[in-house]
Design a protein around this ligand. Structure first.
Ligand code: AP5
Ligand code: MG
Length: 214
């Protein structure tokens, strides 16, 4: 099972990907989480990526593609995986297809979590993220048990730098210009599935399970 999560920033890709990873016991690979971990560790990749992320822009394809291709060659990816936040441009999707073809396989499906722009800004302002394990919370819709502490690993939660309203607006524009064309790309291949992401997160997950099977 090789699944791609598509959708605008804040649509709920990470939230659904975490649930899918748990139910189907496959790794959740989030390029955003990988970059944020590198930024908090102060690595060279993190420093480079932060220049783009803090402005709401995409990190250049060449910094992303090799990282993901290396990751999907790891042994824990043998049974499948869920890619969250990758691909994000047509060239990234083409590189992924090529790498998978060389491995004798292909994408199972791409799930678009569909949420209109108006609903996004509200979600981002209440989001809290664990920079240690990648878990995502929302102060209203998915609050942690203890305020500002991750339920999963006990680390402190953060309001992401790029979740400021002005930066979110840039990210939405970048999404429409560079990432949304992937919907047509996967639709033409007969791989696109769309779920209505405006509903409660458990209802969204029920639609995902209908697509992927019990
Ligand atoms: P990334 O971390 O991937 O950010 P993003 O795509 O902008 O998406 P988000 O993580 O912000 O949102 P999400 O859809 O995961 O929503 P979530 O589940 O958290 O990337 C960050 C940056 O890294 C990019 O801007 C770029 O610079 C760079 N980057 C990463 N990958 C790249 C690539 N491939 N190429 C180039 N650059 C790349 O949910 C949002 C909030 O809503 C949460 O608080 C959640 O609890 C809540 N919520 C979720 N679902 C629901 C629901 N159904 N109802 C109510 N609330 C909900
Ligand atoms: Mg995310």
């Amino acid at each position: 099972m090789k699944i791609i999560m598509l959708g605008a920033p804040g649509a709920g890709k990470g939230t659904q990907a975490e649930k899918i990873a748990e139910k189907y016991q496959i790794p959740h690979i989030s390029t955003g989480d990988i970059f944020r971990a590198n930024i908090s560790e102060g690595t060279a990749l993190g420093k480079k990526a932060a220049e783009y992320i803090d402005q709401g822009l995409l990190v250049p394809d060449e910094l992303v593609v090799d990282l993901v291709v290396d990751r999907i060659h790891q042994p824990d990816c043998d049974k499948g995986y869920i890619l969250d936040g990758f691909p994000r441009t047509i060239p990234q999707a083409e590189c992924l297809d090529k790498a998978l073809a060389e491995m004798g396989t292909s994408v199972t499906c791409a799930i678009d979590v569909d949420v209109p722009d108006q609903a996004i800004i509200r979600r981002m302002s209440g989001r809290r993220a664990c920079l240690h394990c990648g878990a995502t919370y929302h102060i209203e819709y998915a609050a942690p048990e203890k305020e500002n502490i991750c339920d999963k690993c006990g680390s402190e939660l953060h309001h992401r730098e790029d979740d400021k309203e002005e930066t979110v607006k840039t990210r939405l524009k970048v999404y429409h210009d560079q990432t949304q064309p992937l919907l047509a790309y996967y639709r033409e291949k007969g791989m696109l599935k769309v779920v209505d992401g405006t509903r409660d997160l458990d209802e969204v997950f029920r639609s995902v399970v209908e697509i992927l099977g019990e």
